[in-house]
Design a binder for this molecule. Structure first.
Ligand code: NAI
Length: 291
């Protein structure tokens, strides 16, 4: 079992992953190339756990025990004694390869390198490593503590035993490990393509507005969130990168053509919840009514 987990990237996903393992009583060290992101993540997790304790979802002791499991790393070498490193940095192949190359120079030879990539090939990320057999995909969903599933992805050269170790770790946190092959978008982001791209097509054709489409899919078909609510939660920047990545990996199959509606929103800084506005507007994380 893993003793100490290093999480690299302290954005929406990194902080959720850190919270999940700390709550399970595992030591977690958080790193980000922007040190202020680590501070923000730790403050956010503290607030979340204290709120959970105040609402009776956990005891005050459990909250403070979880917080005590977390610490900040200011430099990458401070992760040297971690036996599992999970990266949740920007969705970019070269950046992830460069990070794993750097990590291999720092961590023990038997330490495991996992990627939370949404859509990049695990095998390609691992191809930058001296020991690709210790690299696997560990793909969580947003928000991590609530979405009780994680894809455990086996790259072409991943040690099969590693998949079982990661699956056991996921089960320890109460998450269901979905063992998936390394194919474009894995399972969830492959199956979920139509949900997003078709909704954007409906919007582009002027058939209905985002709130109408969301409501119908939520209340009519029973999805937990409508596609536009989901885009805002995931982040339009991440959504765009995933759409583009899956499209390219399927050799530009027209089924996966990304929508032209996202690029202008990105240019305007409308990234979703994290920027305060995407398809909807937010204040302090709460949805705002239409003016
Ligand atoms: P984010 O933009 O919220 O956070 C990324 C963090 O990584 C930022 O704090 C940034 O400063 C840091 N970072 C960037 N490059 C770095 C580097 N080289 N070294 C250290 N830190 C670095 O992004 P988010 O949404 O947390 O996504 C992270 C990863 O998780 C991406 O690969 C994304 O595709 C994946 N993912 C995202 C989901 C979502 O709903 N947003 C769901 C599942 C996976």
């Amino acid at each position: 079992m893993f003793e100490r987990i290093g999480v690299i990237g302290s954005g929406a996903m990194g902080r959720g992953i850190a919270q999940l393992f700390a709550t399970a009583g595992i030591a977690v060290r958080l790193y980000d190339s922007r040190p202020e992101a680590v501070e923000q993540a730790l403050a956010h997790i503290r607030e979340t756990l204290e709120r959970a304790a105040a609402r009776g979802r956990m005891t005050a002791e459990e909250a403070s025990r979880s917080l005590a499991c977390m610490s900040a790393a200011r430099r990458l070498p401070e992760l040297a004694d971690c036996d599992l490193l999970i990266e949740a940095i920007v969705e970019n192949l070269e950046a992830k390869q460069a990070l794993f190359r750097e990590l291999e120079a720092v961590v023990a030879v038997d330490a495991v390198l996992a990627t939370n990539t949404s859509s990049l090939s695990v095998t390609r990320i691992a191809s930058a490593c001296r020991h690709p057999e210790r690299v696997a995909g560990f793909h969580f969903f947003n928000p991590v503590p609530l979405m009780k599933i994680v894809e455990v992805i086996r790259g072409e050269r991943t040690d099969p035993q590693l998949i079982e170790r990661l699956a056991a770790l996921a089960e320890r946190t109460g998450h269901f490990p979905a063992r998936t092959p390394d194919s474009p978008g894995f399972l969830v982001n492959h199956a979920g393509r139509a949900y997003g791209t078709e909704a954007l097509r409906i919007l582009a054709e002027g058939v209905a507005a985002p709130a109408q489409i969301d409501r119908i899919l939520r209340d009519g078909l029973g999805f937990r969130m409508g596609p536009f609510e989901l885009f805002d939660l995931i982040g339009l920047d991440v959504t765009q990168t995933v759409m583009e990545s899956v499209y390219q990996q399927f050799y530009q199959d027209p089924r996966y053509t990304p929508s032209h509606l996202l690029a202008p929103r990105l240019a305007a800084g409308l990234l979703g919840r994290k920027s305060g506005e995407g398809f909807y507007r937010y204040a302090n994380g709460d949805l705002q009514p239409d003016p």
